[in-house]
Design a protein around this ligand. Structure first.
Ligand code: PGA
Length: 248
């Protein structure tokens, strides 16, 4: 059942634009899904101010540093995010894996730091087009999930949402079919079952992300075992995001 929507605003909206965005979005959001708004760091303060106490709305960040404090100019730690009102942080987005060379070990450290600071985690995993074309999608998913979750206790999975995001679908206007998404979600749950337990695999939340918009969302709302969506480009306009939510 679909109950989660994550909006990844990426590097869009200044703090004052975020204020306008939230003033449009929040009064019209009916709380029918759990909505996590992953804002740029500079918009977190206005986000906290306007979202606090709003039913079914959570504040998210798009990244977290893997260390607690110290000589990391320009970085933001889990402790800072928690104090800024953040509930969830995205970890392992393919844009960061690629552009900032974040590997599995780094993603694992980030997840541990988020857990230590009481944050929830949106862990992004997904195959490249080359992997898909050579039938390595499931191998890639297994490798990314196992690296990311190494050393975690089963009860910590309650704080993790896995976002299946095929790299080739992000921002491209292309999506897998509903059947392909269902197969990937099934595989993700199988990996969790093998590494943790049957009950963990049933309980973990899995969402899909990559070129979701108001025109295609209906195709995916009945995807088997899927708990929600991560929406990038189409979430930048609040009216568009509301429209997508209304179609769920
Ligand atoms: P998109 O981005 O919806 O623009 O494809 C998804 C994402 O943030 O990963």
């Amino acid at each position: 059942m679909i109950s989660i929507v994550i909006a990844n605003l990426k590097m869009n909206l200044t703090p004052s634009e975020t204020k306008d965005y939230l003033m449009t979005l929040l009064p019209r959001f009916d709380g029918k899904v759990d909505l996590t708004l992953c804002l740029p760091y500079t918009s977190l303060a206005v986000g906290k101010f306007l979202c606090e106490g709003k039913k079914a709305v959570r504040l998210g960040s798009q990244n977290i540093n893997d260390e607690e404090e110290g000589r990391s100019t320009g970085e933001i730690s889990g402790r800072m995010l928690k104090d800024a009102g953040v509930d969830y942080t995205i970890v392992g987005h393919s844009e960061r894996r690629k552009r900032f060379k974040e590997d599995g070990k780094c993603i694992n450290r980030k997840i541990k730091s988020a857990l230590k600071n009481g944050l929830g985690i949106i862990l992004c995993v997904g195959e490249s087009l080359a992997e898909r074309n050579t039938l390595k999608t499931f191998v890639s998913l297994k490798e990314q999930i196992e690296e990311a979750l190494k050393g975690l206790y089963e009860n910590e999975l309650e704080r993790i949402i896995i976002a299946y995001e095929p790299i080739w679908a992000i921002g491209s206007g292309k999506t897998p079919t509903a059947k392909e998404i269902s197969q990937a979600v099934k595989e993700i749950r199988r990996i969790i079952k093998d590494d943790f337990s049957q009950s963990a695999s049933e309980k973990i939340n899995v969402v899909y992300g990559g070129s979701i918009d108001s025109k295609n969302i209906k195709q995916f709302t009945n995807c088997k075992n899927l708990n929600g969506f991560l929406i990038g480009g189409a979430s930048i306009d609040p009216n568009n995001l509301l429209k997508i939510i209304s179609l769920i």
